[in-house]
Each structure stands twice: as structure tokens, then as C-alpha cells.
Design a protein around this ligand. Structure first.
Ligand code: GAL
Ligand code: CA
Length: 343
């Protein structure tokens, strides 16, 4: 009788196993679903917000994307990375708060063998060398500065009478800079100023101010410039569109007539930036290819998650040193603005 019971028990267990999967090896939940975790240095940064929106467009039945806002705290970001690892993310995309302090992120990812795609805020090469599953997607900061300088030089040469308001043959300018220590601030400023000089435009710096990519901060700094230098300002070189818009806000708030404004240039081609070019408030901007960067990040994440190599993307992107993908910038003025407004 005992034997019969034992047999019955085995049969019942086998039956329940086939129905409920009891006793089966746990299937990797992620096998059918790609899980990507993203942490952004500051979600309220206009360009980053738009880049994240582009990335979220890749969400689907088979792709889960979890986005975290580090709110300008590296400590918060480190905790978010830990959480994403606990949540079984296949790939982690990190827009570092402090680009000189990626140690905690790298150590946690490495310990748990989760590849990391850093983006937009470039870490130093030495840190990239700390593990072979670290990658970077972004753009070439110098190229954006050169292009902004070329746009400004072209305007200063072709519209000399309008821009050189005091007619002294020299262009008096101010610079609005992004965060101190950010590759896109230091390098853009240097490259745009050097390009203007190289193109034969005589320039004279009146002042510069750090406004941390931020429109409101830039308005305050620009208002101070207007107090200090008034009509002497003939050119505003801004490291990004939001700060250029802050300068425009300052001129509008002071009710300075449009024909008295300096020539203003930005970088990014955010929606608001493009509108300012369309409305002839900003003479030009440099398109920071958020769509391209988001696609490259997604394609790289997909390849890495199934154990592939970044080289598989080399037909579509330029892959440098097996680690870096940089999307090219593009110059935007009123003559090609339509193409960008409809992107
Ligand atoms: C730059 C961009 C800025 C800001 C910054 C954040 O590439 O031009 O507007 O978003 O990244 O790291
Ligand atoms: Ca002048």
C-alpha cells in the first residue's frame, strides 16, 4: 500500500511540475526581454531630457527601459547603479554626474559583470581602461566648438556692418560657459574662439561667465554683462542653446530692441534652440545629434546584451579604439533650419 502511495505522489509531482514548472531550472527572465537601466546627471537639463526621450522611444514589449534622475549627486547615482544591478538590468547607461569620479559605478558593474555605456559626459581614458566592458557614446566636443566658431566667423565677415556696431574693426564678445570641468565647456570655448581667430576675425573678449548649461543662470549673468558693457557687446558665444536663450531672455527683459542685440550663437539644436534660430533671435546653432546618440546607445546595448562586440556596429558608426562611438555635429542656420525643425 505504501508503494502505491509513493507512486501516486511521484505522479502528482510530475503532473504539477509540467503544469507549474515546479522543479525546473529558473529561466533567465531577461532572455526574452532586454532590460536597460539609465541614470542621468540632471533630468531637468534641456538637452539631456530630449536625449532621454529619444532613447525611451525604443521601449517595447521586448525592451524595458528604467530611467533614474541623479539630480546632480554622484552619491545618488552610485546608489541608482546598485539598484539597477539588483533589478537584473542587462546593460547600464550612465550619464555621470562627476566625470572624474566613476569608480563606484565601474566597481559595482564589474563585480556583477554588467556592461556600462557611459554617455554625454566623458570620463578620462585611464578610467575607461579599468575594464573591457566600459563604452562611451557621445560626440566630439572640439568639432562643436569649431563649427560654432565657423558660424560666428561667417556672420562676422558677411554681416560686418551689422555686427561690428562700434565700427572699430574688432568684434567685442562675451562667453557663456557650461559646468566648470565639463569637456563640452572647456573644449567648446577654446575651439570656437580659436576658429574665429583662424578665420581672420579680430576679436576682443569683454568677459565670460559660468552658467552651468542653465537658462535662468545665463539670464542673470547676461543681465550683468549688459549692465557692465551695454552696447559694446557685439557677439555672444554660448556653450549651449539654453544659455544662449538665457542671454536672449536678458535682452528681452531689458526691452533692448532687436537691432541692438549682439549676434548670439548656441550649440545643441534643442527644440527651443531651433525655434530661436527660426525666429531669427539666434543666428545659428550646432546640432548635437540626440537621435543618433540614442540609436547608437540602443544598438550597442542590444549587441552587448547578447554577448556581441561593438565592432558589429562599425558599418553604421565610427567605432574608435573598440570603445567609443561619437556622432558628428552639424551646423544649423536660417538657411537649413527647416530640415531640423521637422526631425
Ligand atoms: C552637452 C550639452 C549641454 C548639456 C551637457 C550636459 O553636450 O550641449 O546642453 O546638456 O551636455 O552634460
Ligand atoms: Ca567692434
Amino acid at each position: 500500500m505504501k508503494k502505491v502511495y509513493a507512486l501516486l505522489l511521484v505522479v502528482i509531482c510530475l503532473l504539477t511540475m509540467s503544469i507549474s514548472g515546479c522543479g525546473e531550472q529558473t529561466v533567465n527572465k531577461n532572455e526574452s526581454k532586454l532590460k536597460i537601466g539609465v541614470t542621468v546627471y540632471d533630468q531637468y537639463d534641456t538637452f539631456m531630457g530630449q536625449l532621454v526621450d529619444c532613447f525611451l522611444a525604443f521601449q517595447s514589449e521586448n525592451v524595458e527601459i528604467a530611467v533614474y534622475n541623479a539630480a546632480q549627486s554622484q552619491q545618488t547615482q552610485n546608489a541608482q547603479v546598485k539598484k539597477m544591478i539588483e533589478d537584473d538590468m542587462d546593460i547600464i547607461c550612465v550619464n555621470l554626474v562627476d566625470r572624474t569620479d566613476p569608480t563606484a559605478v565601474i566597481d559595482a558593474a564589474r563585480k556583477n559583470d554588467v556592461p556600462v555605456i557611459f554617455f554625454n559626459r566623458e570620463l578620462v581614458e585611464g578610467d575607461m581602461g579599468r575594464w573591457d566592458k566600459l563604452f562611451y557614446v557621445g560626440a566630439d566636443a572640439e568639432q562643436s566648438g569649431v563649427m560654432e566658431g565657423e558660424l560666428a566667423a561667417w556672420a562676422c565677415i558677411t554681416q560686418k556692418e551689422d555686427i561690428d556696431k562700434n565700427g572699430d574693426g574688432v568684434i567685442q564678445y562675451v562667453v557663456l560657459e557650461g559646468e566648470a570641468g565639463h569637456q563640452d565647456a572647456i573644449i567648446r570655448t577654446e575651439a570656437s574662439v580659436n576658429t574665429l581667430k583662424k578665420q581672420g576675425v579680430e576679436i576682443d573678449k569683454l568677459g565670460y561667465a559660468i552658467a552651468n548649461w542653465n537658462r535662468a543662470q545665463a539670464q542673470t549673468k547676461a543681465a550683468q554683462f549688459i549692465e557692465d558693457y551695454g552696447d559694446d557687446i557685439e557677439l555672444v558665444l554660448s556653450n549651449n542653446d539654453d544659455m544662449a536663450l538665457g542671454a536672449i531672455d536678458a535682452y528681452e527683459a531689458k526691452a533692448v530692441p532687436r537691432n541692438k542685440w549682439p549676434a548670439i550663437f548656441g550649440i545643441d539644436g534643442t527644440n527651443v534652440g531651433l525655434e530661436a534660430v527660426r525666429d531669427d533671435k539666434m543666428l545659428g546653432t550646432v546640432y548635437n545629434d540626440k537621435e543618433g546618440q540614442a540609436s547608437a546607445m540602443f544598438e550597442l546595448a542590444s549587441v552587448l546584451a547578447r554577448g556581441g562586440s561593438i565592432d558589429e556596429l562599425s558599418d553604421r558608426y565610427t567605432v574608435e579604439n573598440g570603445r567609443y562611438i561619437r556622432l558628428p555635429y552639424e551646423k544649423v542656420t536660417s538657411s537649413n533650419i527647416i530640415k531640423y525643425l521637422s526631425r
